[in-house]
Design a protein around this ligand. Structure first.
Ligand SMILES: [Zn+2]
Length: 270
């Protein structure tokens, strides 16, 4: 599943290819994604210029003078920019033909992704209650510590809550807690300020590393197959149950928390 680093890598890859490009035509091949792609887009976006591409959480926003196209990759989505004469591939549901004979194509085999429209001065409900961006200054140990106040839930589900901070997915939550030496079972509200100082930095480091690793796949964006590629990032605990911990050589344990797999070292994380 594309997580924040993959989405940010996608944004960086797309930026030079689509910024300032004018849309010549819009094609909706299969409107039924997680929500239906608004049919008015074929008219609304005609002749409009893409001013910039930004990211909020795991949403990508294409900015136009008349509003924003909001895209989410869901479970299996990817976006590529290819020559417009390239034959359409299976699962390419949405296409923006640009004024330089290239096309932005949205591919999503499982169709949990979305392509939505947001008018100027409007914020979609989906984007309204999102917490701070993990790599921004607004996300600091103070704000994280304060929002943990009185929370009896475990710290892993706490940092994965997009109202608390966006984009800390399952893999990155396990990895950040390992680096911070914090047990995923610890109660969020009973975690000290000192631990939050360490954890906040570990979250930033893990995500920054992942994004930097993704940087090596950026060139793929102009390739015909247009796959964004996934990270070859080194994971310390995730998916390593029963394997030796890199710190203490003890065994990494796998447990289920909130229906999601958690990996941690019982010796190093308290
Ligand atoms: Zn260990």
């Amino acid at each position: 599943m594309p997580e924040l680093p993959e989405v940010e890598t996608t944004r960086r890859g797309l930026e030079p290819l689509i910024t300032d490009r004018r849309i010549v035509s819009v094609h909706i091949y299969k409107p039924r994604l997680r929500w239906e792609i608004p049919t008015h887009l074929t008219k609304t976006l005609n002749n409009q210029t893409i001013r910039k591409i930004t990211r909020r959480g795991k949403y990508l926003l294409l900015h136009f003078d008349i509003g924003q196209l909001v895209m989410h990759l869901g479970m299996s989505g990817s976006i590529s920019v290819v020559s417009s004469i390239e034959p359409l591939k299976k699962h390419e549901h949405f296409e923006l033909k640009l004024d330089n004979s290239t096309s932005l194509r949205f591919n999503d085999p499982r169709r949990f992704g979305s392509v939505l429209w947001q008018k100027p001065n409007e914020t979609l409900t989906l984007l309204k209650n999102l917490g701070p961006e993990p790599l921004s200054y607004e996300f600091d140990n103070d704000s994280l510590f304060k929002s943990s106040n009185g929370k009896s839930r475990n710290i892993k589900s706490f940092i994965m809550d997009s109202n608390v901070v966006v984009g800390v997915g399952n893999i990155y939550a396990s990895e950040s807690l390992f680096l911070a030496g914090i047990s995923p079972k610890r109660e969020a509200g009973k975690t000290s300020k000192r631990r939050f100082i360490v954890l906040t930095q570990c979250i930033k480091d893990v995500l920054t590393d992942a994004i930097n690793n993704g940087g090596t796949t950026l060139n793929d964006f102009s390739n015909v197959d247009g796959n964004p590629g996934y990270f070859s990032q080194i994971l310390n605990v995730y998916d390593r149950d029963n394997m030796p911990c890199i710190r203490c050589s003890g065994k990494i344990k796998r447990i289920i928390q909130n229906q999601r797999a958690t990996y941690y070292c019982p010796k190093c994380q308290h």
